[in-house]
Ligand binder design. Structure first.
Ligand SMILES: Nc1ncnc2c1ncn2[C@@H]1O[C@H](COP(=O)(O)OP(=O)(O)OP(=O)(O)O)[C@@H](O)[C@H]1O
Length: 288
């Protein structure tokens, strides 16, 4: 069954729409990169999916059930601020989480903590490094045996080794249990390693939604003479220009005209192209 389906989804805070008119489907067993500029609405979307925020319009369904501000038993959420009980030891934290959840696997938690090379379970949560705290939080999220795991910026504040270990935990979960993962992050290189689906939002709206390979195949960079831009055919996403040369990111381009070269984007350059377009829309003076 489809882990997440949004139809006309919107969330308004007073007169500001954090998420607006979003429709998308997250396929089962995929690792989804949720990207977009600061304030795009990523956290709001994840919080609606986690059942912590009620939508203002439209609907978001998890495994067929509409989420209306209630936590779905098959969904686990790791919030950006990692709200762990800081004065508990890791062992006490595990006990509290076990008591709070109807479905709980102590074995799964042990397995994940074991992958981390032995977290000291007698240590107070507040004494753990940011990386270990994130990893313990992921272990707690996986203890609920979710079918959908929502991670809000799980890699921020982590050093490269902790990032690598965290990504390995996520990949193992996906490979062994087929869990669907939606992960927001600004770290595009890391996302490329693990994600196979892209959901790019800007200003609360979905800009790109699809299998990463298919999305990349739909786009091309075309580089050529600035004076000859009119001869290029396709949907323009964004452009960087010098006096003589233009580099255009196009969706569904026709074959390049003479004098233009074509390259396929990678995930990083594609997302950068969309982020540039977003910045240009907000401050047109910086365009080009
Ligand atoms: N509880 C709230 N009350 C009022 N406005 C909010 C609230 N939560 C989010 N917003 C606003 O909604 C918009 C989207 O915020 P959100 O945190 O979802 O974006 P984001 O893409 O996660 O950003 P970032 O990458 O900076 O974490 C922003 O304009 C933000 O100020």
């Amino acid at each position: 069954m489809t882990p997440l389906t949004a139809t006309g989804l919107g969330k308004r805070y007073r007169d500001n729409w954090a998420v607006r008119d979003c429709s998308f489907t997250i396929p089962e067993g995929k690792v989804v990169a949720l990207v977009g500029p600061n304030g795009a609405g990523k956290s709001t979307l994840l919080r609606i999916a986690a059942g912590l925020v009620r939508p203002s319009t439209g609907e978001l369904r998890a495994f067929g059930t509409p989420l209306r501000g209630r936590i779905h038993p098959d969904v686990s959420f790791l919030a950006q601020n990692r709200p762990l009980y800081r004065d508990l030891t890791v062992r006490e934290l595990i006990r509290v989480c076990a008591a709070m959840n109807d479905r709980w696997s102590a074995e799964r938690v042990d397995e994940v903590l074991g992958l981390l090379g032995g977290v000291d379970q007698e240590a107070k949560v507040r004494t753990l490094s940011a990386g270990t705290r994130t990893q313990v939080a992921i272990a707690m999220a996986l203890g609920r045996l979710p079918r959908l795991l929502l991670l809000d910026e799980p890699l921020s504040d982590l050093d490269p080794l902790a990032r690598d270990e965290t990504l390995r935990i996520i990949m193992t979960e996906v490979a062994e249990r087929g869990t669907t993962v939606v992960m927001s992050s600004h770290l595009l290189t890391d996302l490329r390693e693990v994600c196979d689906h892209l959901l790019l939002i800007d200003d609360g709206r979905v800009q790109v939604d699809g299998d990463i390979e298919e999305v990349l195949a739909q786009h091309r960079f075309l580089a050529g003479p600035a004076a000859d831009e009119a001869s290029v055919d396709g949907t323009l996403v964004s452009a960087t220009r010098t006096q003589r040369q233009s580099i255009l990111l196009l969706r569904d381009p026709k074959p390049a005209p003479e004098g233009w070269s074509t390259t396929e984007p990678d995930l990083e350059s594609l997302v950068m192209g969309y982020l540039r377009a977003s910045r240009d829309r907000r401050s047109p003076a910086r365009r080009g």
